[in-house]
Design a protein around this ligand. Structure first.
Ligand SMILES: Nc1ncnc2c1ncn2[C@@H]1O[C@H](COP(=O)(O)OP(=O)(O)OP(=O)(O)O)[C@@H](O)[C@H]1O
Ligand SMILES: [Mg+2]
Length: 272
């Protein structure tokens, strides 16, 4: 069977198991990878609401990153919810200390989580500048949804053309990071996810599925991109594969909870 790929998520915990660290670890496992996690915040959360958020002390976030990377190492990294500016800075500083931004460092997917599907703020407004300046340049690909892209690029994103222009602004601003501008929040069918990088622009249109089971789509997509990048695929191939995995997880979702239910991360695995 060989050594599994080592995937690390740096993100918040979702007690409901549908998003955050839990979605990331399930996505890694579904692809046969060995999952590791650095918890940045604990959220009390279900399919309906986020009812409490407690940040993990920055020194403990740093210690988790060091513990994992000094011993086990990683073939791919996904960064999700960070919560506040101190956490953004400590994650950027520790990743850089371990070689992020230099040749040979594993691919890094930055999901710039700002607001939960249920409407709770998951990143302090004053942390946005640090995210753009410190963390974005270390990423291989960044995966904003519409509102996040608007904030990061400081550009309107109502139409698809505007979304493409905003993504290009962010590519330039970040010094060449690939931007996956997700279309889940935009109106209309199909959903259009745009991938913009210094190498050009790709458009991934796929049917908008009529389902309430959409909790954690963004977390799942970014973890899947990290898995495929860790497997050696270029961003242009990792992204459509990851969209395909999320589509399967949406199609095969089984309603759970009273709000936006989780995806079925193990949709291609038999149940006993
Ligand atoms: N109803 C849907 N049908 C098909 N694909 C969807 C649907 N909703 C979201 N997606 C896909 O899920 C992926 C995540 O996009 P989305 O815009 O939902 O991210 P997000 O807003 O960051 O999610 P989250 O709220 O989990 O953080 C994208 O590939 C998007 O196309
Ligand atoms: Mg998201």
């Amino acid at each position: 069977v060989g050594t599994p790929r080592r995937l690390l998520t740096i993100a918040g915990s979702d007690s409901g198991g549908g998003a955050g660290i839990q979605a990331d670890l399930k996505t890694f496992a579904a692809h046969g990878a060995y999952g590791m996690s650095v918890v940045t915040a604990v959220t009390a959360q279900n399919t309906v609401a986020v009812t409490a958020v407690a940040p993990v002390p920055p020194a403990v976030v740093a210690a988790q990153i060091d513990a994992v990377l000094l011993d086990l190492g990683a073939d791919g990294i996904k960064v999700g919810m960070l919560g506040d500016e101190a956490t953004v800075r400590v994650v950027a500083e520790r990743l850089q200390a371990h070689g992020a931004g230099r040749a040979g460092f594993p691919p890094l997917v930055l999901d710039p989580v700002m607001i939960s599907k249920s409407g709770t703020r998951l990143l302090a407004p004053e942390a946005v500048a640090a995210l753009v300046e410190e963390l974005l340049p270390l990423a291989t690909v960044v995966t904003p949804n519409g509102p996040e892209l608007m904030t990061l690029a400081e550009h309107p994103v109502t139409t698809e053309a505007e979304r493409g222009d905003a993504a290009l602004r962010l590519v330039r601003r970040s010094g060449g990071v690939a931007v996956l501008a997700k279309g889940g929040h935009a109106e209309g069918n199909p959903v259009v996810d745009l991938l913009v990088s210094p190498r050009g622009r790709l458009r991934f249109a796929h049917p908008r599925l009529d389902t309430r089971s959409t909790h954690g789509t963004g977390c799942t997509l970014s973890s899947a991109v990290a898995v495929y990048l860790a497997a050696g695929l270029p961003v242009e191939q990792a992204v459509p594969r990851a969209i395909g995995y999320v589509t399967g997880a949406l199609v095969h979702a089984v309603p759970l909870g009273h709000g936006h239910g989780p995806l079925n991360h193990l949709w291609s695995h038999p149940r006993p």
